[in-house]
Design a binder for this molecule. Sequence first.
Ligand code: GRF
Length: 197
Amino acid sequence: MTKRVAIFISGGGSNMVKLLESMTADHPARPCVVLSNNPRAAGLERAEARGVPTEVVRHQPFGKDRDAFEHAITGAISEHAPDIICLAGFMRKLTAGFVDPWRGRMLNIHPSLLPKYKGLHTHRRVLDAGDALHGCTVHEVTPALDDGPILGQAQVLVLPDDTEDSLAARVLVQEHRLYPTVLERFVRGDRRQVLLT
Ligand code: GRF
């Protein structure tokens, strides 16, 4: 049975586009909705241009009431009946109240080789540490930030003249390879870790 995938974004949605483009032909999943907390997210138009329904749930009206924001998200996606949620540049933390019911059915992509560099500004932190190796990780989402079971990683060599932007650009290329690869395996029930070099 074809699985229905919701994708959450906050910005450009380049990872979202690659996921949409991957779910075709005999792929066992299809996108059912793209949701953003940012009504100006460029990814919304990119999803609509590909015929995927979109939903916007702004977080600002809810202030610090994360539960209310997350209930609004649940309401917005319910009519699309997703089986899986892919976070793809979704920049809002989700509480256990939202994550727990989706345990084992929610993925995220993070621009570092977890467990190193959880959180933000990963490329800068890699450069500041002088690491030779960097990359990205797709993991199952748990209530702890950037902490769930790792499903796949892609590695990127750090070059001597790398800047935060040049490094981020090369990592993003690998994100676009890794996320679709992991999603298809995940939908087929294959939890073996993928390592792309
Ligand atoms: C990517 O770098 C991803 O690792 C991080 O946010 C960025 C999303 O980019 N979570 P895009 O919106 O998919 O282009």
